[in-house]
Write a protein that binds this ligand. Structure first.
Ligand code: PRX
Length: 570
């Protein structure tokens, strides 16, 4: 199917129009069809005027910059696709990456898409347990990682993963395979509705979920990169999100390359001073980052900022957590720029609400729906989620507070949670996609974030499912039960805290608590609890679920509220 014939079903013509310009500027595959990697690199590499442009500038551990042109990235990623052929990878197979933001990641990600396989990115700071769960959940057959991460995270769980047929290690092994592979391997023809990306995310209950996205999502990546971030071909763009999460892929890899800009990737851990240096030395023009990072910049004070030449910087945008009005005001005063908030989710695949780069920011507000997105505020029921009566929701007009809902039909809406039709169905009601976020909309149609309507935790911009952390802690021989919540933190927004009940006969002690913290770090990595309280019991609902809400209100010293569903509310 040629790209200009793509149709999004179920949307009105006004809504379709909003995506039409982006669709038109995509090339489509030569023989028909659509492939994200073709739009991101190969069509640029085929253009003699663009081929030699820097696609990617990677800053290595020593801070040295390594560049790959569009032409080089196109050929190397085709070699990667041909390595996958040799491993017997078929279209639709899931191939995971457990890598930081380096050149290998870009090559692998694009190569996986070119092979028609599904890219399943993993956060490299995950411990063994989240990696094991996700590889299993995604039915991943090939993993690409570094020798170091393999030893630390994958080797100990390898025997538990019979479906994982091959592990490709970066360095001499991968380089050797790539050198011997075909740089002209044609892209496997994919249709707009074919699976392309599998992003893992967390809910309140149960295992993590794997949100499946299709090649057509690239339409929304391109449209929002232009309309919200204001990205242009001459931009030097830096998205600081880790490529193990949706932002790091959609806006770290796909968006800048589809636009034809230069993407900067920094392989070193966060450090305020170094980040200032990257912004200044790389002459970054558009910076897409997170409130946690900006809060850490702010905590360092304005003096630091004045030491760097940030004159190239034109746009700062932020995503993933509430952007404090104070941060917006600080950035304006110290960096001389507004911070443009953007709101979206793993499931939405692209920015949905935003203050675009060319619009005046209202501190404390996210902004408005982007072109092509119809948003609504739905009346809430007693559990905080949208009230559904007989399958019908209540849309509240004008200035209102309630659950944010979006009208399905935009190109990057997830096509379901892999292998979990029930949880997919639960996201939709009465013709709306329900976001699980509570927002307030003012009379002008500007949206503000109020809270999550569920128990998931946002720490430093990363979504953590309390159930996953609780289940892991409960595998420790001393633990009978665990309840996990987020407690407010001025920098990270929230930190993960666990309340643990010990098994009968086991005495609480400082050593045991330290042991549990170490166990959490080892098994869970970056999503482990930062603090653990050993408690005699946990509050439960009548149905036996831990009342995280009550743990939260007690932690914050707030009134308990309605305890009518509690079993032991004392
Ligand atoms: O609660 C909202 C919060 O992050 C959630 C989505 O997280 P995730 O699926 O990991 O995707 C993160 C990157 C897109 C949302 O349901 N969130 C996202 N953006 C904002 C936000 N909260 C407040 N303000 C935002 N701008």
């Amino acid at each position: 199917m040629a790209s200009d014939t793509l149709v999004v079903e179920g949307t009105g013509s006004d809504v379709d129009d909003a995506w039409t310009a982006a669709r038109r500027s995509l090339a489509g595959l030569p023989g028909g069809g659509l492939n994200i990697a073709h739009e991101a690199v190969d069509r640029h590499a085929a253009d003699p005027g663009v081929r030699g442009r820097t696609a990617l500038r990677v800053l290595d551990r020593d801070g040295d910059a390594h560049e790959l042109t569009y032409g080089e990235l196109a050929r190397r990623s085709s070699r990667f696709a041909s390595v996958l052929d040799r491993l017997g990878v078929w279209p639709g197979d899931r191939v995971a990456t457990l890598l930081g933001p380096d050149a290998d990641l870009y090559v692998a990600a694009l190569g996986i898409l070119k092979a028609g396989a599904v890219l399943a990115p993993l956060f490299s700071a995950f411990g063994r347990e989240p990696v094991r769960t996700r590889l299993e959940l995604g039915g991943v057959s090939v993993l690409v990682t570094t020798p170091e991460l393999y030893r630390r995270t994958v080797q100990p769980i390898r025997d538990d993963l019979p479906g994982l047929r091959h592990v490709l290690l970066t360095g001499p092994m991968l380089d050797g395979l790539l050198d011997a592979a075909d740089p002209d391997r044609p892209i496997t023809p994919t249709a707009p509705g074919d699976a392309a990306l599998l992003h893992f995310t967390s809910g309140t209950t149960g295992a993590p979920k794997a949100a499946l996205h299709v090649h057509e999502a690239v339409v929304a990546h391109l449209a929002t990169a232009r309309s919200v971030l204001g990205l242009r071909t001459d931009d030097v763009y830096w998205c600081t999100a880790d490529p193990g999460w949706v932002t790091g892929v959609s806006y770290g890899i796909v968006a800048p390359l589809v636009v034809g800009a230069t993407a900067v990737a920094d392989t070193r851990p966060f450090d305020v001073r170094r980040w200032y240096r990257v912004l200044a030395e790389q002459r970054v023009t558009v910076w897409y980052t997170a409130p946690t990072a900006l809060r850490m910049f702010m905590a360092r004070g304005g003096q630091e900022a004045r030491r760097y030449d940030l004159s190239a910087l034109r746009t700062i945008a932020s995503v993933g957590e509430p952007l404090n009005g104070a941060v917006v005001e600080w950035a304006l005063e110290v960096l001389g720029l507004q911070v443009h908030d953007t709101w979206w989710q793993t499931e939405t695949g692209a920015i949905m609400l935003a203050t675009p780069a060319d619009e005046e920011v209202r501190p404390g507000a996210i902004g408005r729906p982007v072109p092509g997105i119809e948003a609504a505020v739905l009346a809430q029921g007693p559990d905080g989620r949208a009230r559904i009566d007989d399958g019908h929701v209540t849309v509240v007009g004008g200035s209102a507070q309630g659950e944010l809902a979006l009208r399905p039909g935009w190109p990057s809406l997830f096509r379901g949670y892999f292998g979990d039709p029930d949880r997919t169905a639960a996201c939709f009601a009465d013709g709306w996609y329900l976001t699980g976020d509570v927002v307030r909309r003012d009379r002008d149609g500007w949206y503000r974030f109020v809270a999550r309507a569920d128990d998931v935790i946002k720490t430093a911009g990363h979504l953590v499912g309390p159930f996953e952390v609780e289940s892991c802690l409960m595998r420790h021989p001393a633990v009978a039960e665990a309840g996990v919540i987020g407690v407010p933190d001025p920098a990270a927004g929230a930190l993960v805290k666990a309340f643990v009940v010990l098994r009968a006969g086991i005495e609480p002690s400082r050593e045991l608590r330290a042991d549990l913290l170490g166990y959490g770090r080892r098994e869970l990595g970056a999503v482990a609890p930062r603090s653990i309280a050993l408690v005699p019991d946990l509050p439960h609902t009548r149905s036996g679920k831990v009342m995280r809400r009550l743990l939260r209100t007690r932690e914050l010293g707030l009134p308990d509220g309605d305890l009518s569903t509690l079993e032991n509310p004392s």
